[in-house]
Design a protein around this ligand. Structure first.
Ligand code: NAP
Length: 163
């Protein structure tokens, strides 16, 4: 049975995006994101895809849109969550990663059993907020990550699972 997970970086005031982009540069978090998601199917919203601007390598990129004429080179375009889940499941995926943005997290969170959360240790500007993740989470691991010259802020990496 395929596990559905989500991965997100969230500031102390719940911000995940600003003007269609990430509000920060966090080198260590990008490395973590790459290590966790590589080799898997990832599911992203059309706006997040437009921001990234290309398929992320070594992953099957499932882009969610309601636009039936939308195409994204090197990606698989899906028109519903159910369709995206089926594409990944039929390919034998063990863990599908929901990688945002906010609309996609909001729709998929009821199905998410594992959450890879980066808590960015700062209050940041931005109009895109992380939706409610619901209750019943158990903390599996936690790692404090001091800021380096390649990071805008210090972070805490957490892994949570539904109880
Ligand atoms: N901090 C983080 O970890 C993180 C992670 C990812 C993204 N972000 C940020 O989040 C922001 C983008 O988030 P967003 O909420 O604006 O956009 P989004 O979730 O990336 O994309 C929204 C689009 O997805 C499509 N969509 C949504 N629900 C759908 C459904 N049920 N069925 C079919 N298509 C559906 C629609 O595309 P159409 O309009 O084409 O129909 C919708 O306009 C950016 O600022 C980005 O940098 C942050």
């Amino acid at each position: 049975m395929m596990k559905i997970s989500a991965i997100v970086a969230v500031s102390e005031n719940n911000v995940i995006g600003k003007n269609g982009h990430l509000p920060w540069h966090l080198s260590q978090d990008l490395k973590r994101f790459k290590a966790i998601t590589s080799g898997h199917h990832i599911l992203l919203g059309r706006k997040n895809y437009e921001d990234i601007g290309r398929p992320l390598p070594n992953r099957v990129n499932l882009v969610l849109t309601r636009d039936v004429s939308f195409s994204a080179p090197g990606c698989t375009v899906c028109h519903s969550l159910k369709e995206a889940f089926k594409v990944a499941e039929d390919a034998g995926e063990s863990e599908l990663f929901i990688i945002g943005g906010a609309q996609i997290y909001a729709s998929a969170m009821p199905f998410v059993k594992k959450l890879y959360l980066t808590r960015v240790q700062a209050e940041t500007d931005g109009e895109v907020l992380m939706p409610q993740i619901g209750g019943g989470w158990k903390l599996i691991s936690e790692e404090k990550v001091p800021k380096t010259e390649k990071d805008d802020f210090p972070c805490v990496f957490r892994v949570l699972e539904r109880e």
